[in-house]
Design a protein around this ligand. Sequence first.
Ligand SMILES: Nc1nc2c(ncn2[C@@H]2O[C@H](COP(=O)(O)OP(=O)(O)OP(=O)(O)O)[C@@H](O)[C@H]2O)c(=O)[nH]1
Ligand SMILES: [Mg+2]
Length: 228
Amino acid sequence: MKSTLIILTFNEINGVQALYNKIPFKKVDEYFVIDGGSTDGTIEFFKKKGIKVISQKIHGRGEAFRIGMKKAKGDYIVYFSPDGNEDPKDILKLIAELEKGSDIAIASRFMKGSKSDDAGIFRGFGNKAFTATANILWNGSLTDNINGFRAIKKEKLKELNLDAHGFGIEYQMSIRAMKLKYKIKEIPTYEPNRIGGFSTAGSFDTGLYFIKLIFHELKVGKKFLEHN
Ligand SMILES: Nc1nc2c(ncn2[C@@H]2O[C@H](COP(=O)(O)OP(=O)(O)OP(=O)(O)O)[C@@H](O)[C@H]2O)c(=O)[nH]1
Ligand SMILES: [Mg+2]
């Protein structure tokens, strides 16, 4: 099976410079960058290295995930954000879990063996509360269904017909995957603080959108399958 590494950036030059040499480009079959409109040199950095950069017409991680799915030639897709919150070493570990038979593999910041320096008390609590709510509603047992650092089989991702915006995309992916009883594997990860730059995930707005998503997903049920 072939793997595609998708790097997601929006003004992430500091992280990109710090992490570039640690990204296992040679160990995946395909890689490219999807950029949400960087103006800080991120795009130029990758282009200079000869790496393809796809510039989004519509901003946001939701859109970036969808473009990635359409462009990826591999059977396995890994989404990686080089902001310092994600350890590039986990990229191959996530792919390995798909090879072992999982449909989705998520780097969890909140399971046994994990650690997060970045979540803080408020965001850590929010993350866990949203994960727990989804577990109750859709009969799951995940510890971190929000983290963007994940790998998924492309065919399985297509089936989910994700339409969420921005930072809701991962939550919707996890919820729909639970609805379809996908095999989801979590691996412990260490999330350090971000390297320079700025987070654009406003906690309040994101939280509000997650609540809307929960109601939307309750209403939609499995009807998203009809679009296939
Ligand atoms: N392609 C793309 N990437 C984006 C977009 N918005 C944010 N990103 C990237 O997504 C990753 C996560 O964004 P952050 O703002 O750090 O969100 P977060 O990790 O939830 O927040 P922190 O934990 O505070 O860092 C980073 O690598 C960003 O550069 C976008 O519109 N398009
Ligand atoms: Mg981040």
